[in-house]
Every structure is written in structure tokens, then in C-alpha cells.
Design a protein around this ligand. Structure first.
Ligand SMILES: *Cc1c(COP(=O)(O)O)cnc(C)c1O
Length: 364
């Protein structure tokens, strides 16, 4: 049997999560955020699997948008960081890619183009994230510039982004929300503010469009709140197999740097996955994995192609047994718990040498 590092992707869970989001934000349209290879899940396959259930897609670059057009996706695809050079405006106009404007230099580029189709646009306002966006005091001016430009479609959107949406009731959330609410009071076009974390908070309005990323993939966007309790189910289950099982005598060390020493005679397993697959080396020792549904933990350093685990909990484990790194039965939130990593790090790190397999139902 060939190497079995496998990402199993559940269409059913993907569609389920979208339904959960719809219930949380029933009046809002959904811009499904599929940037960064759909958070590591596969840009094209993810989009094709949920195209009918969402309203629009959101990406970071025009390359991502065009890759989706190439496989026949027809929904609008929002360029959430706007265009990076003037030539992209023409493509965005022809390909139905709504464009976010966040800086005056992007407005300058509009002066020198004649677009064949009026461009749909969003104005990004910086309400406190301190990253992209016009300041609240500039928004009116930007709106006037766009409104008076013949290249621009009439309904101009207003959007912003939360800095602390992953924390329930963080004061910054309300602060940003209030700035946006005031600013957008009589706004004539659509409004969008919520990412995954904000969608699951009670005292925040979801406006006309929500922009979920992480929640679509079934991972809790809120610190210390489980995906289970939010009703979300992991889309990706990353698994591989045991390629060696052996007994090491007391005082043996395991792996590079000999960082782990067996305190007694120990059965260890060698697992066919490593940082070369995206199972990052910064995961701490004692990170949980599942072997035959039982929780074990990693010992020693993660290598490029292999990881060593303590098999004391599963005495009858044998070569070929399935090892789950995260997903069904082992939330990724739990996997990163004692590391500096967040689920986003792990998901976007998954490498192409891992086989990707979409299925209607994991374990069916
Ligand atoms: C990435 C991104 C999102 C999605 O964020 P999540 O927290 O993963 O839901 C939403 N909006 C913008 C502008 C983004 O860049």
C-alpha cells in the first residue's frame, strides 16, 4: 500500500455548516470565504461543492477568482483586498468580481480606465482593525468619488472587519460595531461586517452580507467555545497510518535531538505524517492523535515525513492502523491547544502531497 496521508473532506459537513450559518444570520446573504486554497481544503473543489448554497465567494486575489471561473463557477467573487494593479480592474469588470476599495491609490487607477461593464464595488472602512480601509471620516468623500465615476455600478457597498471577533463580548467588538452603525445609518447600498466569530455573537448585527471563513470549514471561531456547542462539524479529517510499532526499553530516546526519554519500557508508533505534509513542527509534545478511536499523544519532535507517538493507550495497535491527526472525533481546536498555533495555521499548511478525497460522508 502506498503512503496514506489523506485529507478526507465531507461535503455533507460543509453544507451543514452553511445551514448553521444561515440560521444564525437568516436575513444576510453569505459571502463564503475561500481564500488561501479554501483554508487548505482545496479552492476549486470546495467552491464547486457549495456554489448552489451560498450567494457569493470571497477571495484575496484575482488569481484565486479566475481559478474559480475556469472551473465554471458563476457566482460573484469578491476581491476582498481589491485590485493590486490597475489592469485588474478590467478583468474584474468583465468577470463579475466585485472589488473592495480600501485606499486612495486604488481610486486613482479608476480615473484612467474605461470599463466595459460597470464595476460592483465595496468601500472598506477601518473601524478599528488598523489594517486595510478608509477612516470613517473619509468614507463620505470616497462614496462621492465612486458615485460620480461612470465605471461604477450604482449600489456601492460598505464593509468593515472586526479585530477581536474571536472573543465573546470583547469591548472592541461593540466599539467597532457602533462606529459602523453610525456611519452606515442611511447607507443606500449593501453593508457587510461579520466574519465567522461575529456571526456567532449575540449583540452584533449581521447586516446584509456575512463573510464566514473558518465556520464554513466547521471550526469554532470563538476562543474556548467548542465547534460542537455551535453545531459546526469539521469538513476536513486528516489521517494517515501507523508504519511501525515497536517496544523501546527504559531510558531510550525518541527522535531528532533526543528530546524524549522513555521513563519505562514503552510501545511507540511511527506515523506517516510530518511537517512536510503540513503537520507543523511547532505542535507541542503531547499533542493528541487518535489511534483506533483512542487518544494517544505525540512524543519527541515531529520529523518531515514521520511523527512518533506513545501507544500505551492502545496495546493492540498494529502497522496499518488509521491515525487521525484532526477532524472527525478530534477537533483541530484541541490539537493546537498547547501550541502557539491556531487552526488557520494548520489548515493552510496542508501540502499537496497529502491526498485529497471528497466524500459525502466520512465513515460511510
Ligand atoms: C479572511 C476574511 C474573512 C473570513 O474570516 P473568518 O474569521 O475565518 O470567518 C472575512 N472577511 C475578510 C475581509 C477576510 O479577510
Amino acid at each position: 500500500m502506498s503512503r496514506q496521508a489523506l485529507a478526507i473532506l465531507s461535503v455533507q459537513n460543509l453544507l451543514h455548516n452553511i445551514q448553521v450559518i444561515r440560521k444564525r444570520a437568516p436575513k444576510s446573504k453569505i459571502i463564503a470565504v475561500v481564500k488561501a486554497n479554501a483554508f487548505g481544503h482545496g479552492l476549486r473543489s470546495t467552491a464547486l461543492n457549495c456554489d448552489k448554497e451560498i450567494d457569493e465567494f470571497g477571495v484575496a486575489s484575482i488569481d484565486e477568482a479566475l481559478a474559480l471561473r475556469k472551473v465554471g463557477i458563476q457566482s460573484p467573487i469578491v476581491l476582498m483586498e481589491g485590485v493590486f494593479e490597475p489592469d485588474e480592474l478590467l478583468i474584474a469588470s468583465c468577470q463579475n468580481l466585485p472589488v473592495v476599495f480600501h485606499s486612495y491609490h486604488q481610486l486613482e487607477w479608476l480615473k484612467h480606465v474605461h470599463l466595459p461593464v460597470a464595476l460592483k464595488v465595496w468601500i472598506k472602512c477601518d473601524t478599528g482593525m488598523g489594517r486595510l480601509g478608509f477612516s470613517p471620516t473619509e468614507v463620505k468623500d470616497v462614496y462621492d468619488i465612486l458615485k460620480n465615476n461612470p465605471n461604477i455600478a450604482p449600489s456601492v457597498g460598505l464593509m468593515s472587519h472586526y479585530a477581536c471577533a474571536d472573543e465573546l463580548n470583547h469591548p472592541k467588538n461593540i466599539e467597532q460595531f457602533k462606529i459602523f452603525e453610525t456611519l452606515s445609518g442611511n447607507w443606500p447600498g449593501p453593508k457587510s461586517f461579520s466574519n465567522s466569530g461575529a456571526i456567532f455573537q449575540d449583540n452584533i448585527d449581521n447586516f446584509d452580507y456575512v463573510r464566514p471563513g473558518l465556520a464554513i470549514y466547521g471550526i469554532s471561531p470563538l476562543k474556548d467555545i467548542t465547534s460542537d456547542s455551535l453545531g459546526l462539524k469539521p469538513v476536513m479529517t486528516l489521517q494517515t497510518r501507523l508504519i511501525a510499532v515497536k517496544n523501546l526499553p527504559k531510558k531510550s530516546t525518541v527522535g531528532y535531538g533526543a528530546t524524549f526519554t522513555c521513563q519505562e519500557s514503552t510501545t511507540i508508533g511511527v506515523v506517516a505524517i510530518g511537517y512536510g505534509d503540513g503537520y507543523l513542527r511547532t505542535l507541542s509534545e503531547r499533542t493528541p492523535v487518535l489511534v483506533n478511536e483512542k487518544q494517544c499523544s505525540i512524543i519527541g519532535r515531529i520529523s518531515m515525513d514521520m511523527t512518533t507517538i506513545d501507544l500505551s493507550n492502545v496495546p493492540n495497535a498494529k502497522v496499518g492502523d488509521v491515525v487521525t491527526l484532526w477532524g472527525d472525533g478530534l477537533p483541530i481546536e484541541q490539537v493546537v491547544k498547547n501550541s502557539p498555533l491556531i487552526p488557520y495555521d494548520l489548515l493552510t499548511a496542508v501540502q499537496m502531497r497529502v491526498k485529497f478525497h471528497w466524500t459525502l460522508k466520512i465513515n460511510s
